[in-house]
Design a protein. Sequence first.
Length: 183
Amino acid sequence: MCSKTNKLILRLQLITIKECQKNQLDLLHAIAIQTYNDTYQYLWVDKGAWYLNEFYKKESFEKELSAPDIFYFLVYDEDKTIGYFKLMNLALDPYMESDCIEIDKLYLLKDYGGKGIGKIIMEFIFGFSQKQKRSVLWLKAMEDCPARHFYEKFGFIQTDKSFLNYPTIKEDERSILTMVKEI
């Protein structure tokens, strides 16, 4: 009964999505590292230290916050930051660049998964894409992770498979899928 009560309370709380501002760099960087650690440490022999050092530098986030074709959004449960996502206007062959948006990152704190918040985020992304007049959403998802099944529920289909060649990734976790949804 306690878990049902917690789910009910969460559904009554206010989930909001706001575009991340440049003055929120520290908040964005902190939630990015925390949510990545919550989600993908199992992929790495070093628990993701190499990957975070390579791809989660604060300077990179700062540069991307100024880029005209990159959009970061923060997800809030009332006033608490619980996740973030990153969208990029980026082509995927064979589609035209003007048609495409990549969902480059989408992460929630581990306590917020499975509570319907992902659905709210996806509906937001679909609406954002339509406002941008973009008809193709695409992303990369690890082959053996729960996120893949989440995206499949929203109609994304696998169009390609490749293998990551990072030095500290576990050998059996290298498969990554390209997934596409036309809207």
